[in-house]
Design a protein around this ligand. Structure first.
Ligand code: 4AD
Ligand code: MG
Length: 479
């Protein structure tokens, strides 16, 4: 196995020969190459003997170029790093013309995140995006590790589906049409119903309904896959394509569901605290620098790693929707911009400013809200004895708002049928789902965690478009 820089930097400097390939981050005084291969935020310093190197070659060691460096690993002369490479040979693998580099974000200067977004294909070579994407990868791994160690089975639910799991009508249609020669109805209109070999289909908004059927066979399952929402939301928290993790557990009630969600989130955050220290430290310092330019009120209340530690060390506060409404009603509107309209009436869906008020101002910790009014939640949630609330739970995080949505599911066939009828959801479409309530139905629960919202929280980034390699949002599909 070849060694990457992350491993080389941990090596003992014993003069051992090595060849390292990577991209030039900087080249100072015709002597010091800062080399990065993507394996870590840290660069490997490579010291060139410029007096004995062809000047034409030196000129090609430019920012962004791919090179191979051969030399010996020695103790570093300067401070900052323990080891460096005493270079014997440099090979240019791929040039990067400095004039051309000037029109890109590879040019070494501070670029705005908006600017970086326009060059999503190059932004991963910046320190910030390298750090975010490595942490994203570690979080994915931790997700699988958590569920596998807890005895869950990973299921892959369909991407193309005929159902609308959330009943919110936010689906992207799938077309199997020959677009140059589409099937038309008698009036000459394109017949979208014929799309998927004669059936109307869409990209999945959630794998939950299928995951439920699997939980009622395998006991404990989870999905981790792409989901799609055709909501025209131009916010820093919404994507049209995002990754969702959806565990589903037979015989779990809502309390057990909350316990699972809290334990799971804490586990994955602990994992990046343990394994992503260098990247977290880099991002934390970046935020501290950024905050210096901001007015006091807009600065982060605590440094990134302290914020993560806070989540690990505190219980999430569990509050019913009804209690939350009382809190909001008894809070005075805050005219200082952020929390303007905090008064709400029972029955209303909470806006993000209400959620943020509860989390950031009132409780000052992550909050699990439960027992929401039935009419603002999806059809599959279990109706409470009061006949007007359902066993729903949302987990709200500081700076993020809703990070998890879940519920105990309606396991009673007749109640579910009544609910579907009231919402005009045809039984023919979900006959297979209803079957699970006919044969060995049982209490079961699950939730969905928006993976990008978790990455946002863990990295301290503020726009969801900056935590997924190629964000999909309205008016954007360039890449
Ligand atoms: O609250 P949601 O819509 O719940 C469901 O889809 C359930 N079927 C989940 C379940 O019980 N198995 O979505 C769940 C989470 C949200 O809390 C949020 O974190 C994320 O998915 N989410 C989005 N993330 C990014 N962009 C969007 N447009 C999102 N919509 C939801
Ligand atoms: Mg939700």
């Amino acid at each position: 196995m070849k060694k990457t820089i992350v491993h080389i930097l941990k090596d003992e400097p014993k003069g051992q020969e090595l060849t390292v390939k990577g991209w030039v981050k900087s080249f100072r005084a015709n002597r010091f190459i800062a080399l990065n291969d993507g394996s870590t935020i840290n660069n490997l310093q490579c010291v060139v003997d410029f007096e004995n190197t062809d000047p034409a070659l030196l000129k090609r060691i430019t920012v962004g170029a791919a090179i191979a460096v051969t030399g010996s690993l020695v103790a570093s002369q300067g401070g900052g790093q323990a080891v460096e490479v005493d270079v014997k040979e440099v090979k240019i693998l791929g040039d990067a013309d400095p004039e051309e580099v000037k029109r890109t974000i590879l040019q070494p200067k501070r670029h705005t995140l908006e600017k970086l977004r326009e060059q999503a294909h190059l932004r991963v070579r910046t320190n910030t995006f390298g750090a975010v994407m490595r942490l994203r990868s570690q979080l994915s791994f931790a997700v699988h590790q958590y569920f596998q160690k807890e005895g869950f089975y990973y299921v892959n639910t369909p991407i193309i589906t005929g159902s609308d799991a959330e009943g919110a009508g936010e689906m992207f249609k799938v077309t199997a049409q020959d677009l140059k020669n589409p099937a038309k109805d008698k009036d000459g209109n394109i017949d979208y119903k014929k799309d998927f070999f004669g059936k109307e289909t869409n990209l999945t908004v959630s794998g939950q309904l299928e995951a439920e059927t699997y939980a009622l066979g395998l006991g404990q399952v989870y999905t981790f896959g792409p989901t799609f929402r055709a909501e025209n939301s131009n916010t820093s928290r919404h994507l049209a394509e995002f990754w969702m993790i959806e565990p589903e557990v037979a015989f779990n009630d809502l309390d057990a569901n909350m316990d699972l969600a809290e334990d799971f989130i804490k586990y994955v955050i602990q994992y990046v605290m343990d394994n992503g220290q260098d990247d977290l430290e880099f991002l934390e310092n970046r935020l501290i620098q950024e905050d210096k330019a901001k007015p006091e009120a807009e600065r982060a209340p605590m440094p990134l790693r302290e914020k993560l530690k806070f989540v690990l060390e505190n219980n999430f506060k569990r509050v019913s929707y009804t209690e939350a409404i009382d809190i909001l009603k008894n809070s005075k509107p805050n005219k200082k911009k952020k929390f303007n309209y905090i008064i709400e009436e029972w029955g209303a869906d909470l806006q993000s400013e209400h959620e943020r008020f509860l989390v950031e101002k009132h409780f000052k910790c992550p909050v699990i809200l439960f027992d929401y009014p039935a009419n603002i939640k999806a059809f599959y949630m279990r109706l409470n004895e009061d006949g007007k609330t359902v066993r729903a739970m949302d987990i709200l995080f500081p700076g993020i708002g809703e990070i998890v949505g879940g519920s105990q599911r309606e396991e009673r066939l007749e109640v579910l049928q009544e609910k579907m009828a009231a919402l005009d959801i045809p039984e023919e479409e979900l006959w297979w789902y209803l079957d699970t309530r006919r044969f060995g139905t049982c209490v079961h629960s699950g939730f969905g965690l928006g993976f990008e919202r978790l990455v946002l929280f863990a990295t301290g980034m503020t726009n969801i478009r900056d935590v997924i390699p190629y964000p999909r949002f309205p008016q954007n599909a360039e890449f």
